[in-house]
Design a protein. Structure first.
Length: 315
């Protein structure tokens, strides 16, 4: 990787004006906080800063990439959910549909219903796959967020100084003593912005899980008690993945209830219905598209600020 360009003084960044009160509820970047860790010797700081800059560019690039992966998986999931709902409603209302000249064809309704039932099964599989991709994208975001510090590796007596984003020495905080890495922001400031961003996706993922649970419960048959429960695992290893994101409660042994940003959850235990009303299904699709926990303006604001700080484009 090419050596990072020498940092030069830049004009003070003006915080973009939030487009809504929701945007303004998020904390703005604060001045570099004082660090409790000891500052590095000047000779070591000169070696640490370029390594820290390379690592931060790498981790923020990963966050931008995984954000795009989320967007792609969410869009695919919405498409599969829409197709699943359309197939379900077509199958549900088939007995009462006026078929015109097709009405005289033997078993036309049964054959159409069987085909629509198979379509629903295919779209369930595709929807679950999109959900798994979203889980994977958010896990990678969390990993990037947790890998922003830059630690010295090897012994202090070594003639070759190397750095890693994994801690080796307990006395090394990995933040260079709290100094700015590029221009204004310290490692901890980068971490706070990344955590703010990633938390939106974590909370939205849990809302998506509720919608997936409801949509996977849609049945081709006459209503039966076969709906999924909130505590059911949707795929093998899902609960381990949710634990990584702090979305699984060890106390209740099931995923934590979904909630909106900055609000307590009052969602009761969920058991899904396999024959929801068409209006309810439309609300599910609209909620999926809205991504109520993701403030796109604030995310763009964060990436813009970091891009200017690092002199790179993260769009």
């Amino acid at each position: 990787m090419a050596e990072p360009p020498e940092t030069t003084p830049m004009e003070a960044l003006e915080s973009p004006t939030p487009s809504s009160s929701y945007s303004s509820s998020y904390p703005k970047p604060q001045p570099i906080p004082s660090s409790t860790s000891s500052p590095l010797p000047s000779s070591m700081s000169r070696l640490w800063r370029p390594a820290a800059q390379r690592n931060l560019r790498n981790q923020w690039s990963k966050l931008a990439s995984h954000r795009q992966q989320w967007a792609s998986s969410s869009s695919s999931g919405k498409s599969h959910a829409n197709s699943l709902v359309n197939a379900h409603l077509s199958q549900r209302y088939m007995p009462s549909l006026e078929l015109g000249v097709l009405n005289d064809m033997p078993d036309i309704r049964k054959k159409a219903c069987r085909k629509l039932c198979k379509q629903q099964e295919r779209y369930r599989i595709k929807l679950l796959s999109s959900y798994k991709d979203m889980v994977a994208a958010v896990i990678q975001m969390v990993n990037a967020c947790r890998s922003m510090r830059c630690y010295q590796t090897g012994t202090s007596n070594s003639t070759l100084v190397q750095f890693s984003n994994s801690a080796g020495d307990q006395n090394d905080t990995g933040d260079g003593g709290g100094v700015s890495v590029f221009v204004f922001l310290s490692i901890s400031s980068h971490e706070k912005l990344a955590e703010e961003l990633v938390q939106m996706f974590i909370m939205e993922l849990n809302v998506k899980r509720l919608l997936v649970l409801e949509l996977l419960s849609i049945s081709c048959e006459v209503p039966q008690d076969i709906g999924l429960h909130w505590g059911d695992q949707l795929y093998q290893g899902e609960f381990d993945n949710l634990s990584t994101l702090n979305l699984f409660s060890e106390e209740t042994c099931e995923p934590v209830p979904p909630k909106l940003m900055d609000r307590k959850s009052d969602t009761p235990a969920v058991q899904c219905k396999n024959q929801p009303n068409p209006e309810v299904l439309q609300v599910y699709l609209t909620t999926w598209l809205a991504e109520v926990n993701i403030n796109a303006h604030r995310i763009d604001e964060i990436f813009s600020l970091i891009g200017e700080e690092m002199h790179v484009s993260l769009s």
